[in-house]
Design a protein around this ligand. Structure first.
Ligand code: CTP
Ligand code: CA
Length: 234
């Protein structure tokens, strides 16, 4: 029946989803963070579980309840997210990187809280926080493919248009650069996407000029469109 077909499409598949936003500590009370709510990643986990998959959700700073039937691995920093995703990806059929991963982290972690007056000679000065690059986890997964497993790899991109091109142009470049199988693209602005319950995305497939549009719709319906696209590749 139709309902059996829609509930068993991912039966026997192991999927790994990263969600949320990483936090890069500056000192014991401060971090560099981002505005990702984690809702889209959680919706991907809910829909995959409903379709019969074994789901590992690597959740960066989770603030949402654990979906039933999903194994949640909580992490905080990009480096923690990397080791959790790489471990889970070893025997996975699909890896979806929906998390917002910080591109940079403070070069140094201050063991004690940085005080407002941090230099007694210059009581009004502000400190400079030096940053270093975090690894590109998605690019690393693509590179490691074939060693232990060859999962389908899905990236997410939050893009804005600018004077160098529109959202889809930037997205095509990014897909080619990353080399993943699918790229799910959100248009972002201050009031678009972050923390909202509805989402509009373009789904791009490597080596194809066809673009699948999903939404504006609930994040669960967008998740269903993403899994439909993954299932075409599996
Ligand atoms: N990503 C990742 N590791 C990083 C940064 C991003 O795995 N250090 C993943 C994200 O989870 C997402 C995809 O890469 O699936 C695209 O993220 P995005 O920030 O759009 O790409 P960047 O290559 O970081 O490019 P940009 O300069 O636009 O931020
Ligand atoms: Ca980035």
């Amino acid at each position: 029946t139709t309902s059996q077909a829609t509930t068993s499409q991912l039966e026997g598949r192991r999927v790994v989803i990263s969600a949320g936003g990483t936090r890069e500590p500056i000192d014991p009370v401060r971090f560099l963070g981002n505005r990702s709510s984690g809702k889209q990643g959680y919706a991907l986990a809910v829909v995959a579980a409903r379709r019969g998959a074994t789901v590992t959700l690597v959740a960066a700073n989770p603030s949402l309840p654990t979906p039933s039937g999903v194994t949640v691995v909580p992490v905080s920093t990009a480096l923690e997210l990397q080791s959790a995703v790489e471990r889970a990806a070893k025997d996975a059929d699909v890896v979806v990187m929906a998390a917002a991963v910080a591109d940079f982290r403070p070069a140094q972690y201050a063991d004690a809280k940085i005080k407002k007056t941090h230099d007694p000679d210059q009581p009004d000065a502000a400190p400079t926080i030096q940053l270093v690059r975090n690894p590109d986890i998605l690019a690393g997964l693509v590179e490691a493919r074939g060693e232990e497993a060859s999962p389908v790899i899905v990236g997410f991109a939050a893009e804005t248009g600018d004077d160098r091109g529109g959202v889809l142009e930037h997205a095509r470049d990014k897909l080619a650069r990353k080399g993943c199988d699918l790229l799910v693209v959100n248009e972002v602005g201050l009031d678009k996407t972050f923390g909202q319950d509805e989402n509009t995305v373009h789904i791009l497939r490597l080596g194809s000029s066809h673009v699948t549009e999903a939404g504006p719709a609930s994040k669960e319906l967008v998740a269903a469109a993403v899994w439909d696209a993954v299932q075409e590749i599996l």
